[in-house]
Design a protein around this ligand. Structure first.
Ligand code: NDP
Ligand code: GDR
Length: 337
């Protein structure tokens, strides 16, 4: 019998890659999906199986991180061997506009889940999606010993979740781990995060659908890795004998401007001709530089990143060009009909 996992945030970038990874490892994956007035399962539609089909490997449930009772009931029903808490209001800029909501879901949501595990009395392991945003203003390189100095409501909420996870490990002996992941991207990255916003714009500018791209601070330094590699690290953390916390990063820095340059060059374009500044994309307090030291993950998990930011920019641009081509040719077919 394979294992059973529950993923919150299964419809997000990481949730979709993690579901694929676990299904390939013969897990039965249960995903928590929040109710939306339009479809929000695009990233996992290729994994969808008819609910009537016996022996499904992906089962979706409606629930929400704001609803603690629903979490208890879900855990009692599913009785997962592993829980991955990836659900969150995950956008840093938006967290300044919706700080209370972000605190509720990204912060308290984790506590609700931890408490639901305790209340349901099941024996399980939990992975908490912690973030390099917790380091905030702490100078790079950052590792597991670097003190936190968050710079946004999102970062503060993640610090709350981090310590709640550590506390449940210490107080109740729970197998609870924090993966402190630095930025990781992919063709499935949300369209309003800076990398995807850029690579999508390259495709649209090349196709003549857009001319300008408005961005905020180009000087910020980030350590961008490739999401499918990062979900492998999450899984490895839960396979260890003892629970612990790990930084996951490439250790290679680049500015937003560097990424912009590489992505436009990959599309045969000059970014300076198209990019304009809009202060609305700046944050009231910015995180200037995040560069991770993932030596512990390398030594204890045997985890090593392969894809670096420049290659990532190229692969994301190609994926966006291909996706737009497919969309446009589909539209033409419909118009022809
Ligand atoms: P996404 O924004 O792509 O996905 C977030 C997921 O959370 C979505 O499935 C979303 O649902 C779900 N969600 C949002 N609100 C709720 C709610 N109230 N109840 C239940 N689910 C909810 O994020 P990523 O996949 O990029 O990141 C996964 C996790 O890792 C997040 O917690 C993020 O903060 C954290 N993280 C991400 C990093 C990165 O670089 N990607 C780095 C470090 C940490 P819906 O699809 O309906 O919006
Ligand atoms: P980040 O990612 O805040 O690091 O959080 P994002 O891609 O939003 O910003 C990266 C940097 O780019 C600058 N920037 C812009 N950002 C956006 N979104 N839009 C713009 O137009 C723009 N112009 C410049 C930002 O100021 C910032 O410095 C991501 C999220 O996935 C979090 O959930 C996760 O925890 C962290 O990464 C690690």
């Amino acid at each position: 019998m394979g294992k059973t996992a529950l993923i919150t945030g299964v419809t997000g970038q990481d949730g979709s890659y993690l579901a694929e990874l676990l299904i390939a490892k013969e897990y039965t994956v249960h995903g928590l999906v929040r109710r939306s007035s339009s479809f929000n399962t695009e990233r996992i539609d290729h994994l969808y199986q008819d609910p009537q089909q016996p022996g499904r490997t992906l089962v979706l449930h409606h629930a929400d991180l704001s609803d603690g009772v629903a979490l208890v009931n879900l855990l009692r029903d599913v009785r997962p061997d592993e829980v991955y808490n990836l659900g969150a209001q995950s956008h840093v800029r938006v967290s300044f506009d919706a700080p209370m909501y972000t605190g509720d879901i990204t912060g308290l949501g984790t506590l609700r889940l931890l408490e639901a595990i305790r209340a349901s009395g099941i024996d399980t392991r939990i992975y908490q999606a912690s973030s390099s945003e917790m380091f905030g203003a702490a100078p790079p390189p950052q590792n597991e010993a670097t003190p936190f100095h968050p710079r946004s409501p999102y970062g503060c909420a993640k610090v709350y979740s981090y310590w709640s996870t550590v506390n449940y490990r210490e107080a109740y002996g729970m197998f609870a781990v924090n993966g402190i992941l630095f930025n990781h991207e992919s063709p499935r990255r949300g369209e309003t995060f800076v990398t995807r916003k850029i690579t999508r714009a390259v495709a649209r500018i090349k196709a003549g659908l857009q001319d300008r791209l408005y961005l905020g601070n180009l000087d910020a330094v980030r350590d961008w890795g490739y999401a499918p590699e990062y979900v492998e690290a999450m899984w490895r953390m839960l396979q260890r004998d003892e629970p612990d916390d790990y930084v996951v990063a490439t250790g290679v820095p680049a500015t937003v401007r560097d990424f912009l340059h590489a992505a436009f060059a990959a599309g045969g374009l000059d970014w300076a001709e198209h990019v304009r500044f809009d202060p609305k994309y700046e944050r009231p307090s910015e995180v200037d530089a995040l560069i991770g030291d993932a030596s512990k993950a390398r030594d204890l998990l045997g985890w090593r990143p392969e894809v670096r930011w420049r290659e990532l920019a190229g692969l994301m641009v190609r994926a966006d060009i291909d996706a737009l081509d497919a969309e446009l040719s589909g539209a033409r077919v419909r118009i022809d009909r």
